[in-house]
Structures are given as C-alpha cells and as structure tokens.
Write a protein that binds this ligand. Structure first.
Ligand code: HEC
Length: 136
C-alpha cells in the first residue's frame, strides 16, 4: 500500500514538472517577463485579450458564475499565496490541454468563444512562463 502511495506521488510530481518543461522552449508567443498576475496588468496584449474575451466573464471576483469565480478570479490572482498561484497556473495549463475551458455547455451556446489552436498555444506558453517564474 505504501509503495502505491509513493508511486502516485512520484507520478504526480513527474506530471507537474513535465507540464512545465513541455513548452519551455516553444518558439511560440511568450509572455513578457515583467508579467501579469492581475488580468488588468497582463502585459502580453495577446494573452490579455484572449482572457478578457474568453475567460474573464466567468472568472472574475464579481462574476455571476459562482463556481467559476470560486475556482479562479483573474483579478484576485495576485492575492493568493505563491503556492496557490502556481497551482492556478497549473490548473489553467491543464484545463486548456484537456480542452475543458471554456466549458462545453457554454460553447454549445456561444461557439465563437472556443479557443483557436493559436490562442491555446499562447495561453499554454504564458501559463508555463508564469508558473516557472513563481517557482524560481
Ligand atoms: C461560462 C463560464 C466559463 C468560462 C467562459 C470559462 N470558465 Fe473556467 N470554469 C468555469 C466553471 C463553472 C469552473 C468550475 C468547474 C468545476 O468546478 O467543475 C471553471 C474552472 C476553471 C478552472 C479551475 C479548474 C480547477 O478545478 O481548479 C480553470 C483553471 C479555468 N476554469 C480556466 C479557464 C480559462 C483559462 C478560461 C478561458 C479560456 C475559462 N476558464 C473560461 C466557468 C467558465
């Protein structure tokens, strides 16, 4: 039983670090180094406009989407502990990789809110950079 627990932990750590390393040297759009944290302060214009158009409506502290704002509020991200912020960037990376955000039900109604491949790459690269910076 202990061995299994250990294996699960080791795998989890592996996945987390892989998801960071994965895109590290991608030649795609990179978030600038003097970075975001607050959606209003995201310096990468491309990333900022993607988030504003496709995520922010549900993920801000005033949102009517209770579940969405509870999980992630872009305007309050910098108020979380560093540890939690890293977790949020991992979450962003993961939900985009898995194609979970924006939610399917929402996209059924508003198909134009789906992320294009280019937008996905930009967000993934940005989330990776942010995560790496916080890990330093
Ligand atoms: C229509 C509203 C809506 C939009 C638009 C939306 N989300 Fe979400 N998001 C949610 C809800 C609701 C949850 C909580 C899901 C759950 O708990 O099952 C969530 C959860 C999340 C989570 C947390 C997952 C976790 O379990 O910690 C992340 C990260 C996330 N969304 C990122 C994004 C990103 C990035 C975008 C834009 C590309 C986006 N979301 C667009 C409603 C939305």
């Amino acid at each position: 039983m202990k061995k299994i627990t250990f294996a699960v932990i080791a795998l989890t750590i592996g996945f987390v670090s892989m998801s960071f390393i994965n895109k590290a040297d991608s030649s795609l759009t990179k978030a600038s180094n003097d970075v975001l944290i607050n959606s209003n302060e995201i310096t990468n214009e491309e990333v900022k406009s993607i988030i504003d158009n496709k995520c922010y409506g549900c993920h801000n502290s005033e949102s009517k989407n209770t579940k969405g704002k509870k999980k992630l509020s872009f305007d309050k991200l910098d108020e979380l502990s560093i540890y939690k912020q890293i977790g949020k960037y991992e979450g962003i990376h993961e939900t985009i990789t898995e194609g979970e955000m924006p939610p399917e039900k929402f996209l059924a109604k508003y198909p134009d809110k789906a992320l294009t491949d280019k937008e996905k790459e930009a967000l993934l690269s940005w989330a990776t950079t942010k995560g790496e910076e916080l890990t330093k």
